[in-house]
Design a protein around this ligand. Structure first.
Ligand code: SF4
Ligand code: SF4
Ligand code: SF4
Length: 246
């Protein structure tokens, strides 16, 4: 049987999600045996435009990115967004809330006029995306699960319930009790609420649950006198491009 051809691409990103894939080590070797990787700039030389599955990291931050992304979409049977920059726009969205000219001058100084830029956006704002692998960075085990599902022709099961559920299962003390704020009530689970178990709070890197109006943990928010809008307004870092947060 012919092996599926797989390619990795990146747009504006820190490449941390591709690094997570490379860090799979033994699991990556098993994956590599099952497919033919035709393009992966971080891991190999060579490139082919003949691929079935495209994993795309990073957000679109220049108009000229759009043509490249559309070409990838045209070539791929399945396009997978890899990490929060690709699924949500990610940390690149921060510039959208500043004056564009100020941002350009701050970053590029007197060379600002040489560099093209426009408001950052997730891949799905430009082309249809088949599957999102959430997180900043992605969870390696979730990547393997999605990869295997694709090879078996199955739809991967990505959780659609809030991080609070996993947080309660981990028996962590709610950070609201300690005077902090947390996006767990509206954020898609799948990370094991790791930021809370490690002493921080949820920043929302896995994006919102599909319907935060219905699927959020409203009782957690109500207990602390907050509504959905209050909490979303506090966290533009990852969800600033979503309609709910605007
Ligand atoms: S989602 Fe996070 S890890 Fe991935 S490219 Fe963006 S900043 Fe880097
Ligand atoms: S609000 Fe945050 S800390 Fe509290 S239960 Fe939910 S995820 Fe855990
Ligand atoms: S707890 Fe929140 S910020 Fe941390 S990994 Fe999970 S979704 Fe991302």
């Amino acid at each position: 049987m012919e092996k599926a051809k797989v390619a990795f691409f990146d747009f504006a990103s820190c490449e941390g999600d591709q690094l997570q894939v490379i860090n799979l080590e033994e699991d990556l070797l098993k994956v590599v045996e099952a497919v033919e990787i035709v393009s992966f700039r971080e891991a190999m030389k060579g490139h082919s435009d003949d691929y079935d599955i495209a994993f795309v990291e990073g957000s679109v931050t220049r108009r000229s990115d759009e043509a490249r992304l559309k070409e990838i979409r045209k070539n791929a049977k399945v396009l997978v967004a890899l990490g929060a920059c690709a699924t949500l726009g990610g940390v690149n969205l921060l510039k959208n809330f500043q004056e564009a000219e100020n941002v350009r001058k701050f970053v590029y100084g007197d060379k600002a006029f040489q560099y093209e830029t426009y408001p950052a956006r997730p891949l799905k704002a430009v082309v249809p995306v088949d599957i999102d692998i959430h997180g900043c960075p992605i969870n390696r085990h979730e990547f393997v699960m999605v990869f295997k599902s694709l090879l078996l022709g199955k739809k991967p099961e990505i959780p659609n319930y809030p991080v609070c559920v996993e947080c309660k299962m981990a028996e962590s003390i709610c950070v609201f009790e300690m005077g902090m704020t947390c996006l767990g009530p509206v954020t898609r689970a799948g990370c094991g609420a790791c930021c809370v178990t490690e002493g921080s709070y949820c920043w929302g890197c896995r994006g919102l649950v599909d319907n935060p109006n219905a699927d959020s943990q409203r009782e957690v928010l109500a207990k602390y006198g907050l509504g959905l809008r209050d909490i979303l307004n506090k966290f533009r870092l990852y969800s600033g491009f979503s309609e709910v947060a605007q």
